[in-house]
Design a protein around this ligand. Structure first.
Ligand code: BYC
Ligand code: FE
Ligand code: FE
Length: 484
């Protein structure tokens, strides 16, 4: 039996926990051990502000068995065991799509696709520390210890996702991989001179409603992109992404349940006060809860900014990555076609003669457009669940996903003004109505005025309900972060 095919158990006592037999590759180990202190310095500078000496009830990945891969314990974040974990190898796996379909997957970087592959890994990696930077001030206004713990859990795991990509760069891309790994710690979210690569990762996450929206909508882009990369013919990338997806589910749970608890508190407060009109904003805000129209505007912002993360709907980059077998489609293996798409088309919404019309385009060119559509379907699920709860509490209000052409900077719709409902309007009309589309300064000021820390065990801020259940079967009043 060749060791290549044996699943390596996680070496948890190593300086860098891993299941990639790091101890046997001295050069790689040395390179990662050099990067490690730089990472910790970055975490100290740009990671969660003010809580690095507190014990947080965190889950740590210690294996890759779906039935039991994590342990929970109180740890200080800088002591978190950021490890390199790959999902178990699938014997005899072949490239699932593109022109190399059916050939054995690559264990080394195919020379002809080196730069394309590196670019995908760098972009994926860059988003991970970016999100940690965006969220670094939120601990100071946590609405409860439970929520604070969830924030830090997401943060340490995004840190681990950076490790996952840095491992690939350093192991498979030699000197320029090491250079890219260094640069991951040098770019800064929102920095003018060296910003993070993708737009949404340079926006602010100024408050907790933003955090919940971000983890629901933007982490879901992470899910879609990781699913597509998990299809990759470059096996180490596939295995990395497959394990990252295990962690990702919790991030979207934090977002979905967070928004749900905000909505629930607002609806309950309205009912208690006998307010039936969701647009009676003044009366609703007097109760210290977030009115539903403001939630809708926040949703419009986060979802539309996330739409941009899919790139242009028609993209030669995406086409090349698909043909090369590097990046597939969402649930590639479940799609019933030839997975090469030379003769296939896909409908892409476009602006034609002043109207938004679906036009059949070459399916390979439309890879990004298709992933965006898949994302929208996926994201609408949670919006539906939020609406169900609002209806159950008897409030007449429905949240809606903004049209995919709304508020776009990238792709087909970047030059056109489209309302959240999908109507094309003049720029002046758009601007005159923008305060009903996107959060206004006064919305943001109001939300900001609610952002007061609530650090008592079992206490929750006025604007959010406690969760139904705690983490890892702990009670909701558990000491998720030990502040004393
Ligand atoms: N902002 O052909 P195009 C996550 C650039 S999130 C700025 O239209 P392509 C996470 C593009 O780079 C998942 N620039 O699109 C979530 C290109 O520039 P160059 C992250 C943008 O390349 C929460 C040019 O425009 N992973 O994990 O097919 C918390 C033309 O590109 C943007 C990935 O994205 C933008 N929004 O698609 C933590 C997967 N969009 O190269 C983590 C890897 C496009 O000509 N990345 N541009 O200078 C990719 O697959 C692709 O790069 C993209 C873009 C889908 C992002
Ligand atoms: Fe991530
Ligand atoms: Fe995430």
């Amino acid at each position: 039996m060749s060791t290549e095919n044996v699943r390596v158990e996680v070496d948890y006592n190593a300086s860098i926990p891993n299941n990639v037999a790091l101890a046997e590759d001295r050069r790689l180990l040395k390179a990662l051990e050099e990067w490690h202190p730089q990472y910790l310095a970055w975490w100290g500078d740009m990671g969660p502000e003010g809580f690095n000496d507190k014990e947080v009830y965190l889950r740590t990945a210690v294996g890759v068995d779906p039935k039991g891969w994590a342990v929970f314990d109180h740890v200080k974040m800088p002591d978190y065991r950021w490890g390199i974990l790959l999902a178990p190898k699938v014997e005899g796996r072949t490239i699932p799509f593109g022109k190399h379909k059916g050939e054995p997957v690559w264990q080394e970087v195919p020379a002809e696709y080196r730069s394309m592959l590196r670019r995908l890994i760098v972009i994926q990696g860059d988003t991970e520390p970016a999100s940690v930077e965006q969220q670094r001030h939120l601990g100071a206004t946590a609405p409860s210890l439970y929520d604070m713990r969830n924030l830090f859990q997401v943060n340490v795991e995004e840190g681990r996702h950076l490790w996952a990509m840095v491992y690939l760069l350093v192991k498979y891309f030699g000197k320029d991989g090491r250079e890219e790994a260094k640069m991951m710690l040098q770019r800064r979210s929102g920095n003018e001179d060296s910003p993070r690569i993708l737009g949404a990762f340079n926006e602010e996450t100024p408050d907790w409603l933003s955090f919940f929206m971000f983890t629901y909508f933007t982490d879901r882009d992470g899910k879609m992109q990781l699913e597509s990369l998990a299809q990759s013919g470059f096996d180490p990338l596939s295995l990395s992404c497959r394990f990252m997806l295990t962690e990702e589910a919790h991030h979207m749970f934090v977002g979905e349940s967070g928004v749900m608890r905000v909505l629930e508190r607002t609806c309950e407060a309205m009912n208690e006060a006998g307010i039936t009109d969701p647009y009676d904003v003044e009366a609703i805000r007097k109760m210290g809860v977030i009115d539903l129209p403001t939630v809708q505007r926040k949703l419009n912002f986060h979802m539309s900014v996330t739409h941009d993360l899919f790139g242009s709907e028609l993209s030669t980059n995406a086409a090349s990555a698909f043909e090369a077998g590097l990046k597939g489609r969402f649930k590639e293996e479940k799609i019933d076609d030839d997975h090469q798409l030379y003769d296939d088309t896909y409908p892409v919404t476009q602006l034609l003669d002043g109207q938004l019309i679906d036009v059949e385009e070459n399916a390979i060119a439309a890879i990004n457009g298709r992933l965006l559509d898949d994302y929208i379907k996926d994201a609408k699920g949670g919006i539906g669940r939020w609406n169900k709860m609002i209806a159950k509490l008897g409030i007449q209000f429905e949240l809606t996903a903004p049209h995919k052409a709304f508020n776009r900077d990238i792709g087909q719709f970047s030059d056109v003004c489209v309302t959240p409902q999908g109507d094309i309007v003049e720029q002046a009309t758009f601007e005159a109505n923008i305060s009903s589309y996107l959060p206004t300064e006064s919305d943001l000021n109001y939300i900001n005025s609610l952002m007061k820390p609530c650090y008592e065990k079992g206490q929750y801020a006025t604007w959010i309900n406690p969760p139904k259940v705690g983490i890892n079967q702990r009670p909701v009043d558990f000491e998720y972060v030990k502040l004393a």
